[in-house]
Write a protein of this length. Structure first.
Length: 432
C-alpha cells in the first residue's frame, strides 16, 4: 500500500514538474509581450518569423500556437478550405492570457500559398495596394467578429505577423487598426513584425508607427515592390538585416548561395555598373521602369502598369505558379531559344521574321502543353493576350533580357535573397 501511494506521489510530482517546466517555457516565450511594443525585440522577430512559417497549413498553424505557445481559441480563415487564388487570403487567430491582458495573435499566410501569390501584382491604379488592402479588410472584419465573440470586454494586446505577401497585408491591417476606432489598443500594446514585406501603403497612410517593424533583406527584390515611384511604401520602421557576411553565414549552415558576379564599367553585355547584388537589383528596377515606345505595355507609371501589364501578368502567374520545376525549366529553355531568335541580327529580315513567328508559335504551344499535362485550366484568348504582352515587353527591353540571360546566376541569387532559410539565418545573426 505504501509503495502504491509513493508511486502515485512520484507520478504526480513528475507531472507537476512537467507542468512547471511547460509553464516556464511558455513564460519565456511570452516575455517579449510584457515589454513596450515600441522597442524592437530580436527574439520576438524570430518568434514572428516562426509564426508566419507555421501558416502553410491550418493544422501546422494550430500546432504552433496551441502546442508550442499554449495559446487557445484558435480559428482560421475559410480560405484554407478552398483552392488558393488571387483573391484568397489565409490567416489565423489565437489567444492567451497575459497578466491583466488578453493577447490576440493574428498571423497571415506567406508561405506555399500557390496562386494566392499572384495578388502581389494586382496593385491597382491608385490608393493602397489593391489586393493587399482587400485582403486586410477581410481580416479586419473577421477580427472584429472574433473579438466580439470571445473577448468583448477584454483589455487587449495584439500581435501581428506575416512573411512576404502576408507581411504586405499585415502592414495595411496594422494601419487600419491604428487609424480606426474599433480597437482600443495603444501602440505600446500592439506588436507588429513583418518579414520581407512588399510596399503596400500610399505615402499619406504609411505613418512612422513606432511599434511596426518590417524586417527586410535589402538585396531582396520583393522588398522594393511595388516601388516608391508608384507612391507605395511600408509603414513603421524598416530593419535591414542584410549583411556583407551573408555568404559566410550561409556556408556555415550548409546553405551556400549562388555566387554574385560583379559587373564592371568595361562590361559591354550589361548597362550599368553593379559591384553588389543591391546595386544590381536597384539598377535592374530602374531600367525596367524606363519609358517604353507608345502603344507598348509598360512599367513606367503605376497607371500605365495597371492598364497594360497587370491583368496579363496576374493571369500568367496564376496559371504557372503550381507547375512542377522541371516543366518550368523546360519552358525557360524555350523562352531562351525564342529570345535568341528575337534578338538575332536577322530579326528584321523576312527570314528572321518567319523564324521568329515559328519560334513564337512553338513557345506558345509549349505553354499550352505544360498547362494541359498538369491539368491546369486556361482560356485560350486570355493566354494568347498575356503571351503577347510578354513578347512586347521583351521587344522593348532587349538589353535587359539579353543581360539577364548573361548574368542568370545573379538573378538566381536575387531569388535566394527571398528564400526563408536565407532570411532566418540573417535574422539569427542580426545585431540591433
Amino acid at each position: 500500500m505504501k509503495k502504491l501511494v509513493l508511486k502515485k506521489i512520484t507520478i504526480l510530482a513528475a507531472l507537476g514538474f512537467l507542468f512547471l517546466l511547460s509553464s516556464c517555457k511558455k513564460a519565456d516565450l511570452l516575455a517579449p509581450f510584457k515589454k513596450n511594443a515600441n522597442n524592437f525585440n530580436r527574439e520576438l522577430a524570430l518568434l514572428s518569423f516562426d509564426a508566419s512559417s507555421s501558416t502553410i497549413s491550418k493544422s501546422d498553424a494550430e500546432a504552433f500556437f496551441t502546442e508550442k505557445l499554449h495559446f487557445d481559441t484558435f480559428e482560421y480563415s475559410e480560405d484554407y478550405n478552398v483552392p488558393a487564388s488571387i483573391n484568397t487570403i489565409g490567416y489565423v487567430f489565437a489567444h492567451t492570457v497575459l497578466g491583466d491582458n488578453d493577447l490576440i495573435a493574428i498571423t497571415v499566410r506567406g508561405f506555399d500559398y500557390g496562386a494566392e501569390w499572384a495578388g502581389n501584382f494586382r496593385i491597382g491604379r491608385k490608393g493602397n495596394h489593391a489586393n493587399f488592402a482587400s485582403a486586410a479588410e477581410k481580416i479586419y472584419a473577421d477580427l472584429l467578429v472574433y473579438r466580439q465573440k470571445h473577448f468583448p470586454q477584454a483589455k487587449l494586446k495584439l500581435w501581428l505577423s506575416g512573411f512576404s505577401r502576408g507581411g504586405g497585408v499585415v502592414n495595411v491591417l496594422a494601419h487600419f487598426i491604428l487609424s480606426r476606432e474599433d480597437f482600443d489598443v495603444s501602440q505600446n500594446n500592439m506588436f507588429v513584425y513583418t518579414v520581407e514585406a512588399p510596399q503596400a501603403l500610399i505615402e499619406d497612410n504609411a505613418h512612422p508607427y513606432p511599434n511596426v517593424f518590417n524586417i527586410i533583406n535589402s538585396a531582396d527584390i520583393i522588398t522594393v515592390l511595388a516601388p516608391n515611384a508608384y507612391d507605395l511604401y511600408r509603414c513603421g520602421n524598416d530593419v535591414d538585416i542584410y549583411s556583407p557576411k551573408i555568404d559566410k553565414f550561409m556556408k556555415e549552415e550548409n546553405l551556400p548561395l549562388v555566387p554574385f558576379t560583379p559587373i564592371r564599367t568595361e562590361d559591354t553585355t550589361w548597362f550599368f555598373k553593379a559591384e553588389t547584388e543591391v546595386e544590381f537589383l536597384n539598377g535592374l528596377l530602374t531600367k525596367l521602369m524606363e519609358e517604353q515606345p507608345a502603344g507598348f505595355p509598360s512599367f513606367a507609371t503605376r497607371e500605365f502598369y495597371a492598364d497594360t501589364v497587370q491583368d496579363d501578368l496576374c493571369y500568367l502567374v496564376e496559371r504557372f505558379i503550381d507547375v512542377p520545376q522541371e516543366d518550368l525549366d523546360a519552358l525557360l529553355a524555350s523562352f531562351k531559344g525564342f529570345f535568341q531568335v528575337l534578338y538575332s541580327e536577322q530579326a528584321d529580315t523576312l527570314t528572321g521574321s518567319l523564324q521568329m513567328i515559328m519560334h513564337s508559335t512553338g513557345l506558345f504551344g509549349k505553354m499550352i502543353a505544360i498547362l494541359t499535362s498538369n491539368s491546369i485550366s486556361y482560356k485560350d484568348e486570355q493566354l494568347q493576350k498575356a503571351f503577347m504582352t510578354v513578347v512586347q515587353i521583351a521587344l522593348t527591353k532587349k538589353e535587359i533580357v539579353a543581360g539577364c540571360m548573361t548574368y542568370l546566376d545573379n538573378l538566381k541569387r536575387l531569388g535566394q535573397m527571398h528564400d526563408p532559410s536565407t532570411i532566418r539565418v540573417l535574422l539569427e545573426h542580426y545585431e540591433d
